[in-house]
Design a protein around this ligand. Structure first.
Ligand SMILES: [Zn+2]
Length: 269
């Protein structure tokens, strides 16, 4: 399996829009891995994980073709992950197609938002629930409950398996609640993509991980055997509010065996 990180920034991206923060200024001056578009990923060139406001630019930068995607899977409805208007371009009159070439998977909040926005459009939308696996092509996808958002939405992280390899895509989650920790018992991951939104800055907000929480979650997954010696661990969803440049994140995370994610990184496992 290959996971291709198309975006690795938090909600406001880096450089953050309307920002003169140190990290934003550094990214403007230096470019490269410090520039982060809104978080998104692609599995095997086939399964699109989230469809955010930077989708068009990510497609051009990575020279992708969105008609290759057989599914768009949403983790939750925050605007940096769920740009509902981007779905319409798959269909007539923006294209000649009467039906979209992909299935949309998302929680009740996502499904209802699509139904409100496009009540008459022939989009194939499948509702997902945490801890209820579903199949798509050769993949089994198991959503697990994230600790993120208002509590009124079933915000999810996604375990994607093709029968040989298993990925946990964990963007936008605080430290998991007990039900999620219990569910993870017995899993063995080949790749973990885990958010580190708050970087070096500790905040009272529990819906995202700072660096210390990131290391705590990773240590617990290691103690459970979910993450083991062969697991590739990559960070994502970095915010300028975390006050960490790419190089600073690397210095902090390399000692614990983590690759700091960046836009365009492909991880094979
Ligand atoms: Zn987000």
């Amino acid at each position: 399996m290959v996971v291709h990180l198309l975006g690795t920034g938090g909600a406001e991206g880096i450089p953050a829009i309307y920002s003169e923060s140190r990290v934003s200024a550094h990214a403007r001056a230096h470019g490269g891995k410090d520039v982060r578009s809104r978080t998104s990923a692609l599995v095997d060139g086939n399964l699109k994980l989230d469809l955010g406001p930077d989708t068009w630019a990510q497609i051009q930068r990575e020279r992708l073709d969105a008609t290759d995607w057989s599914a768009v899977l949403f983790t939750h409805s925050d605007a940096d992950h769920f740009a509902v208007e981007e779905l319409q371009y798959a269909l007539y009159p923006f294209n000649p197609y009467e039906v979209a070439g992909f299935t949309v998977y998302g929680n009740d909040t996502i499904a209802e938002a699509i139904a409100v926005r496009y009540p008459d459009w022939p989009l194939d939308v499948v509702r997902t629930k945490s801890f209820c696996p579903f199949h798509h092509a050769e993949y089994t996808v198991t959503p697990i409950r994230a600790n993120h958002g208002s509590g009124f939405e079933d915000a999810q992280n996604l375990i994607v398996s093709d029968g040989r390899s298993t990925l946990l895509y964990a963007t936008d989650t605080g430290v998991y609640q007990p039900e999620t920790w219990a569910f993870l018992e017995g899993w063995r991951l080949d790749c973990l993509v885990l958010e580190c939104t708050e970087g070096f800055v500790l905040t009272p907000y529990n819906g995202h991980l700072d660096l210390e929480e990131f290391k705590d979650v990773l240590a617990r997954l290691r103690s459970m055997g979910v993450v083991h010696e062969g697991t590739k661990v990559v960070s994502t969803h970095h915010s300028h509010n975390g006050d960490a440049t790419h190089a600073e994140l690397e210095a902090a995370l390399r000692p614990v065996g983590v690759t700091v994610g960046y836009d365009g990184l492909k991880v094979e496992f």
